[in-house]
Design a protein around this ligand. Structure first.
Ligand code: AKG
Ligand code: FE2
Length: 206
């Protein structure tokens, strides 16, 4: 008899057929814990509308974002530079939980708040210059369950999965070099979702 939460997912299974590693841990947090984290993050995180450059113009996205870390790292994302805020107690708890689960370490976290299925994230890879090369990215979901997809940059192969309330997804090795990922918008989802992507920043020039 295991004392751990029942979980149907094998976290060692690689969802990518080649050129990278994606592990899905399923629900790492219980329903009750996940509901509490959702509420706490909703109220305590310094959510801001994201600014991005598109066709040379600054646009404001409906999705909200926030950026936290060990030190005031500067992070350039969609050609806009932000400075990390100091960890909140909830973020440190989550960081510790996923470091224990994965055996990886993280020094920063980018958070996304999608108000409904109308909001998503287009195809991209997290290969910014300041991110540790081939480092692990730990992605937690609280709130609405959403589809998540990968597309190989050369072969167009696709992999789709569901990200559940309280779940953890890890992308590592050469995943960002060879694969794009996205959160497709959907009319079916009316509820909000909070996503946290824990990352490792390296080579900062202060
Ligand atoms: O919301 C998600 O699950 C993914 C977010 C993402 O890909 C990112 O922040 O780079
Ligand atoms: Fe991403």
């Amino acid at each position: 008899m295991s004392l751990f939460l029942y979980n149907e997912y094998d976290s060692q299974y690689n969802w990518l057929p080649q050129d990278g590693v994606v592990n899905y841990y399923g629900k790492l947090f219980s329903e009750e814990e996940s509901n509490t984290f959702f509420e706490e993050l909703w109220h305590t995180i310094d959510w801001r509308n994201d600014e991005a450059m598109m066709f040379g113009k600054k646009i404001i996205t409906k999705r909200k974002v926030a950026w936290y870390g060990d030190s005031p790292f500067r992070y350039t994302y969609s050609k806009v530079t932000k400075e990390a805020l100091p960890w909140t107690p909830e973020l440190l708890t989550l960081k510790n939980r996923i470091e224990t689960a994965t055996g990886e370490t993280f020094n920063s976290c980018l958070l996304n708040l999608y108000h409904s299925g109308d909001e998503g994230m287009a195809w991209h890879s997290d290969d910014e210059i300041d991110l540790k090369r081939n480092g692990a990215i730990g992605s937690i979901t609280f709130g609405a369950e959403r589809k998540f997809a990968f597309k190989h940059k050369h072969t167009d192969q696709k992999v789709e999965m569901l990200l559940e309330h309280g779940s953890l997804l890890v992308m590592k090795d050469t995943t960002q070099t060879f694969w794009l990922h996205r959160l497709p918008p959907t009319k079916k989802v009316k509820k909000p979702r909070i996503n946290l992507t824990f990352r490792t920043i390296e080579n900062q020039r202060f």
